[in-house]
Every structure is written in C-alpha cells, then in structure tokens.
Design a protein around this ligand. Structure first.
Ligand code: SF4
Length: 718
C-alpha cells in the first residue's frame, strides 16, 4: 500500500492528462469519500505533465470514486446463457479457456478464436494479447474498440504518410494561426485540449477557429466560424476549400513538387468543386465557404483537429485523407502550430496501435499483409517461420457476423462493452446469444455485455497494476499500481493472457516476471520502426516522467517532449513523399428517405464516458447527465407536433429507442442528436445504437456510427 502521493494518468480519454493522487490515509480530517462513505484517493492535476499542465476535467477529478464500486470479485461461469452464474476458481476458469481454445482449433480452426480488446488496456496488456493470438495461436483475430473509434485515422495516416501516427503536439494548439476542428466536439469530449486552445484563441485576436459540425456544440460556440454542414458532406467541403486555395494560388508549389506525389490527379478531382456546388451540397452559404478558405489561405500555420465525426463514416479514410490533402497543398505539416491531428477517444488507443492491437496490424506499426514485417516479428518472438498468419484477422463486426454464421467458436471480450457500443445493437445481441463460448473480462460487474457471457473474469483496473499508456500526442505515461482496491482474485489483463499462453504449452514465450519485463520486450519490437520507442522502460518513465516518442535507444531523457513528426519533410512511403488522395464524396451510406426522413447523429456528453461502466457509478456525473435525450430543431419539432420534454419513439429500419425531446436550434433542421452512453442497465429502451448501422469504410472497416436514417413517432407521454 502506497502512503505517499503518486503521479499517474487519467484512464478516460486520449488527452491523457497527468493526475496526482493522494491516498486516503494522508488526507487528514478532510478525507475524500465516495457516495457510500468509503475513503478514496484524492485527485489533482499533475502540473509536471506536459500534456495537461495540471488541469483535469470532471471525469478525471472524480475517477477514484468508482474504484471500489461494483467490482467483479471472482470468476463466474455458466454452461448456457439461460443458467445463473456460479462462482468458480481460477484453476477451473483457465481449464475452461484452454479446453475451448483446443476444441475450436480442432473443429473450426484457429480462426474460430477471436479476442475483442480495448483502448482501456495498458500497452502491456495489448502486447501480451498480440503475442498469444497472432504469435502463438496463429490467428490475427484480435480487434479492439479503436475499430469503432480511430481506425479511419490509422488508415488515413498510413495512406498519406506511409505510417500511422499523429504528427503534432498539444503545444501546437498554442502556436497555430488557425484551428480547423472537424467532427469533434472537443469542448465536451477532450476538454483539456479544448481549454488550452480556447485560452490561446481568446488571448490572440489574429488566431482563427473554424468548427465544422452539424450541431452548434459548445465547441462551435467558441468558433469564429461555424460551418453546420449536412451530415456526410465533409469531403465536399474539403475539396471545395481546396478548389478555392488552388484558384487563389494559396498553395506551396515548392513543397508539393519536392515532398508529395499525385497532385495532378487531385487537381482533376477538385476542379469539380466550385463554391456554389459545394455550398449547396453542404447546406452552407458560399460566403462562409469562402471565409473558411480565406482563413486557411491567410494562415501560415493551420492545425486541424478531428475525432469521431470524420472517423465513424463509411468513407472515413477518404475523409481523413482529403483533409490531409489540404495540409499537403499548403505545406502546413512538420512545423510548429501545423498539421493534421486526430484526437483519440480511448486513453490508450495509441498504445494499442503501437502494440499491433487491430486485426490488420502487428506490433511496431507493422502490417499483417507485409511478409517482411511478419518475418521481423517472428524473429523477435523467436517463432518458427510462417507462424504469423498472412491473413488479416476479423474486425469486431466480422466477429459478430462470425457468431451469426458459426465461424466463431470462442469470443473473448476484455475491458469494453460491445452490448452498448456496437452498431445495429439488436443484431449484435442476437449474435452474442448464439455464441458457443463468450469470455468477458472486466473490473466491473454487472455490465451489459456480462449478460451475454459464459465465463466472466475479474480484472484489475489501471490503478491496481503498473503499466503505460500513450496519449494522442504520443506521450507515454507510466502509471504505478497505487491503490489496493482490487478484489483479491482480480488479475491484470496481461497476466490472464500470459497464463493461458503457458497452459497452452507456450511457456517460454510468456515467462514475464512483471509488466516491466513485458514492456521491455514490447519496446524492442518498435526499434527502427516509425514509432521507435526502444529507449523507453518503466524505470526511465518512472524516473523522468512522461516521455514523447519517437524515443530510440540512447535518446536523452532530459529532452523528453517536443518531438513533431515529419520535420525533415521525409515521409514513410517508398519514395519518401506524402501522397495526395483524390476522392469524390459518396455521401451517407444510409441517406434519409421518405420513410426515415431525418438523420440521427450520435455523440458524447461532457461528464459521461463511453458506456458509463465507470461514470454511471459516480453520483456527481449522474446528476450532471441524469438521462438520455433527443435534440431536435424547432422546425422539426413543430412538424412532428412534439413538445419539449415529451417522450418520442425514434425508429430506424433496424430498431427503435425512446428519448425525451429537447428542442433546440443548436441542431440543424432534418438532423437529430442522441448521446450514445446509455445501455439497458441505466435506462430502459434508450440505446442509440439500436438505431445505427454497421456499413463501414472499405479501407478502415470503421462503421458509420455517426449517421443513420430515422423517423419519429409520438408517444404522448410526459
Ligand atoms: Fe481525463 Fe480526458 Fe478529462 Fe483529461 S480531458 S481529465 S484525460 S477525461
């Protein structure tokens, strides 16, 4: 038990704020307590953390209130989903897992084994899971909830630059001339990033802020220009801005000639996007389009920020690449205050990408499809040649489909809650009901997904295990095990994976003494790769504090922050040049139609996190956001004869949900908004994802969770 203050990292969002936590015993008379009266760790911002500079939002400030609540204490098992769980010990749990893996390997083959992990993992958890599935078992069927969150950013960066990795730093928020925020309600979803930007924007009158979002969010309220485009018209807008920049000569021909390729094909495409056509498609005024382009043209340094609004789209990769095109044509990359900057949702989605935590990638920013990459990793892992499969693994939606058609015999879900977060939720639940064997591993119980599990395993959470997380700006923070709140039987995710590996006969690959050894092995897989962090270790991070990568062997830990990517204007493509991408917009996968005439867009609220597994147990946050709702424009409310506060049925072709109506002109006409947080544990029939569809980007395989066609039916009930 630690009796001193310790520094750690917030386990909620990808901003990755540094926290200083103080144990109850040293707080004196004013000891912080949770709502049940249990003394809890006091949370403050860590002023020494380069990403957050001592600031935290309400989620970080209250996170320790959930540490002791509703913890899963021991493994639970039932043979069928109709039975009640019975308590079992770990010995039985491990035997069940090993038996099922062996059975599925024999009957369906190793590709019948699937794991769905999470950006809540520490990097060590991610890494050991990859070694087990992709290395030892020989299936690439590991996917993570980053598939629903960030995979379009991954494929966008890879397509344009030849490698994943956001090139910017948070410092750029305070160095830019123009911030271009697209599909991101940063004020609510990444509040500390937004606070830094807003403070700088307020102080510096020359700095422009453009927000592109169909909703007038808190982020849009702070902007100089809000472009409330129609959902699905982002590519039209970006190509329209490019058209004007080209027409005005506001491009950097030297950079284009020396550092990029495929510009001529791109100019062909953008010639189809004159202002009036773009303005009509996007539903904005020509003058506003011109103002946005003028801000780009007049700014030496433009920083674009985005999150789900671009990524969660059936053309997510095309959107990201079309946005990056604007940076390439204006040479706003590789310099302070500039660049395309994706904001990750989960706290360690970036660590997952580094450790190969998606079904098409391998540790060290390697690709499953690349034979050299597989060979390199087989050598590092000392596996026989050909041990790593050349087949891209199943994405999470493909895993769900695999349950439907009998291709999946074991689904292992850890640290995430797909029974709330997946699109087409009813279909997802029906598929989960068909699963021959589902393992659910988490710190909390119950959760919605636990209802679909055969075997439930108690995991420690971030405060109870030592490990690392990487935030959106590539800063790696070490978090020590500081609280003794874990139930005695809970184990770290990586320990569970390693034990299963050992019991399957792969002892020598999993002989880790502790997570520091896991990390030591992981960083070796990044050596000489674009995400080289081979100079990092738990010891170094613990001694010097958070460090930004790239950080190759023998890097100077005193110089631990301030590394931008591509400052040498050399990219990771075959010829070192960044690639322009020429895309026309295809629009929404499910546009509104006479039966479903409105577009539903879903999103997040300031206080709640993901599916409320933690925040639903924190009184202050529940009071802040007591119930789900549906935002609707006054014009549409009149059309449907809806009153504020009235309950309305929202229906799509897949399902329905009920929400209280909130009439507001903050949402564009013909569009409605609902938060995605609530599952059936927290509200009856208010799951936004029962309405959404799984149509995905063909490149990133990220579903278009952001938009679907719906209709409204009055319930006449207050
Ligand atoms: Fe945590 Fe994100 Fe809030 Fe920072 S901004 S305190 S990382 S939830």
């Amino acid at each position: 038990m630690i009796s001193e203050k310790v520094t750690t990292v917030c386990p909620y969002c990808g901003v990755g704020c540094g926290l200083e936590v103080q144990p109850p015993a040293s707080q004196g008379k004013a000891t912080n307590r949770d709502s049940e009266g249990t003394p809890i760790w006091k949370v403050m911002g860590d002023r020494t953390h380069p990403s957050s500079l001592g600031k935290v939002c309400v989620k970080g400030a209250t996170v320790t209130e959930a540490i002791n609540k509703n913890r899963l204490k021991y493994p639970l098992y039932r043979e069928t989903l109709q039975q009640d769980f019975r308590q079992i010990d770990w010995e039985e749990a491990f035997n069940l897992i090993v038996k099922q893996i062996q059975l599925v390997s024999k009957t369906i083959g190793v590709d019948g084994i699937c794991m769905y992990g999470s950006g809540q993992f520490q990097t060590e958890d991610y890494y050991v899971a990859q070694k087990l599935l992709k290395g030892c078992l020989g299936t690439n069927n590991f996917d993570a909830n980053s598939r629903l969150c960030m995979s379009s950013a991954v494929s966008g960066y890879m397509g344009s630059f030849g490698a994943d990795g956001p090139p910017c730093n948070y410092e750029d928020l305070e160095l830019t001339d123009c911030a271009f925020l697209v599909g991101t309600n940063t004020a609510e979803c990444h509040p500390i990033v937004f606070n830094r930007l807003r403070a700088y924007h307020k102080k510096n009158r020359h700095v422009k802020m453009i927000v592109v979002d169909p909703r007038r969010t808190a982020t849009a309220e702070a902007a100089d220009l809000h472009l409330a485009i129609k959902p699905g018209t982002d590519i039209d807008l970006f190509n329209g801005i490019a058209y004007l920049l080209l027409q005005w000569g506001a491009i950097d021909t030297f950079f284009i000639d020396e550092c990029t390729r495929d510009f001529p094909a791109y100019t062909q495409i953008i010639s189809h996007y004159p202002p009036q056509i773009v303005a009509d498609k996007c539903g904005i005024e020509v003058k506003d389009l011109e103002t946005a382009a003028r801000y780009w043209a007049e700014s030496e340094k433009v920083l674009s920020l985005w999150s789900m609004g671009l990524n969660q789209s059936s053309e997510g990769t095309a959107k990201v690449r079309t946005l990056i095109n604007l940076h390439l044509m204006t040479a706003t990359i590789g310099k302070a205050g500039c660049g395309p900057f994706s904001l990750t949702g989960q706290p360690n989605a970036m660590g997952g990408r580094e450790a190969g935590g998606l079904s098409h990638i391998l540790p060290g920013y390697r690709s499953v499809k690349n034979p050299l990459h597989r060979q390199e990793l087989e050598e590092i892992w000392q596996l026989p040649s050909g041990a790593i499969s050349a087949n891209v693994g199943k994405t999470v939606w493909e895993m769900i489909m695999g349950l439907e058609n009998g291709d999946v015999g074991l689904l292992w879900i850890a640290a995430t809650n797909p029974a709330v977060s997946m699109p087409d939720l009813e279909r997802t639940k029906q598929a989960l009901l068909k699963s021959p064997f589902t393992i659910y591993q988490d710190a909390y119980y119950p959760t919605e997904t636990a209802y679909y599990a055969h075997l439930v395993l108690p995991a420690t959470q971030w405060s109870e295990k030592a490990g690392t997380m990487t935030n959106s700006e590539r800063v790696v923070t070490y978090s020590p095990a500081f609280s003794s709140s874990a139930p005695s039987q809970a184990k770290a995710d990586w320990e569970i994976f390693a034990e299963v590996g050992k019991r399957l006969g792969f002892e020598k690959y999993f002989s880790f003494k502790d997570s520091a050894q896991v990390y030591q092995e992981f960083v070796k897989t990044t050596r000489d790769r674009p995400c080289d962090m081979s100079g990092l270790s738990h010891e170094l991070l613990s001694k010097y504090g958070p460090i930004q990568w790239p950080f190759p062997l023998r890097s100077d830990p005193e110089n631990r922050y301030g590394r931008r990517l591509y400052t040498d204007l050399h990219f990771h493509t075959e010829d070192g040049r960044a690639k322009f991408a020429a895309f026309h917009s295809r629009g929404l996968a499910e546009p509104p139609n006479p039966d479903y005439p409105l577009v539903l867009t879903v999103g997040r609220l300031y206080g709640h996190w993901h599916t409320m597994t933690r925040t639903g147990r924190i009184d202050k946050i529940v009071k802040m956001h007591p119930e789900p709702f549906l935002e609707i424009h006054p014009k549409d409310a009149r059309k449907y004869q809806l009153e504020d506060g009235e309950l309305v049925r929202v229906v799509s072709v897949r399902g329905e949900a009920k929400f209280k109506v909130k009439i507001t002109s903050a949402i564009a006409p013909s569009t409605v908004f609902a938060p995605m947080h609530w599952g059936f544990l927290w509200a009856e029939n208010a799951e936004a994802n029962s309405l959404t569809h799984p149509h995905s980007c063909p490149i990133s395989k990220q579903p278009e969770l952001k938009a679907c066609a719906v209709n409204l039916i009055k319930v006449n009930q207050i």
